[in-house]
Design a protein around this ligand. Structure first.
Ligand code: UDP
Length: 235
């Protein structure tokens, strides 16, 4: 396999499938199966999951909820998604641990870096819930941060499109896909791959990002096998 240790970032929205809200059981099972395929090849997999399918801190204002409270709600929602993914993976016979950036001992382990690395070494999939544990961040930033902390080889950003395009392919049909680019090129072309905090963390720590289509069957496996899947952003 091309990488030994990866951090897979899944958005909360991806878990909705065709629904408008919440978790689609079919999508959950599909993701668990895709992840199992690379775990079976002895790849160490850590996952950060978002919460756009349940709650985002940005929504708080229009509900009369303050931003920090809203961000905490968003972080708790990532733990809900993490628990669902954990169960789905366990259903496929994959050993997992859920670690949270906000302590909630009855539900999951607290995030402790050395312990997370030990779990990975033992072949367990580690799901990082509650983002960074801090408001005003996103789960993309959590993905970059945790990836650096556990010394992952790459951040794999699973999306609905098969990579980075010259423009948004859903709005500009003539946009073309880019196979690889540097961090500086992505910045200069103003290509929005992750929010700037997340992106800068990757750039400054020389951590490549691969954007790929997580919904295409076997795509994660093909990416890990070294096939030209998605778009790679590196130094
Ligand atoms: N969040 C936060 N700190 C973090 C990560 C997440 O406050 O370190 C909150 C924030 O309100 C965010 C929500 O959790 O809107 C869900 O995360 P995100 O929007 O990144 O989810 P995604 O877009 O990936 O589904």
């Amino acid at each position: 396999m091309k990488y030994n240790r990866v951090l897979l970032k899944l958005s909360g929205e991806a878990l909705m499938g065709e629904q408008q809200y919440g978790i689609d059981p079919a999508r959950l099972e599909q993701y668990a199966k895709e992840i199992k395929k690379v775990v079976d090849e002895k790849v160490e997999v850590a996952i950060v999951i978002g919460a756009g399918n349940i709650f985002r801190g940005m929504q708080a204002g229009k509900m009369g909820i303050d931003r920090v409270q809203g961000d905490h709600m968003g972080m708790l929602a990532t733990v809900i998604n993490g628990m669902a993914l954990q169960s789905a993976l366990e259903g496929e016979g994959v050993y997992t641990r859920l670690m949270s950036g906000i302590q909630m001992d009855q539900v999951c382990e607290p995030f402790i870096r050395r312990r997370a690395v030990r779990h990975l070494e033992k072949g367990r999939v580690v799901i990082f819930g509650a983002g960074t544990g801090n408001p005003y961040f996103t789960t993309d930033s959590a993905a970059s941060l945790r990836a650096i902390e556990i010394d992952a080889d790459v951040v794999l950003k699973g999306t609905r499109v098969d990579g980075i395009y010259t423009a948004d392919p859903e709005k500009h049909p003539d946009a073309t896909k880019i196979d690889e680019l540097t961090f500086d090129e992505a910045l200069n072309k103003n290509l929005k791959i992750m929010d700037l905090t997340a992106f800068t963390l990757c750039k400054e720590n020389d951590l490549p990002i691969v954007v790929f289509d997580m919904n295409k069957p076997n795509n994660l496996y093909h990416l890990m096998s070294g096939e030209a899947v998605g778009t790679i952003v590196s130094q």
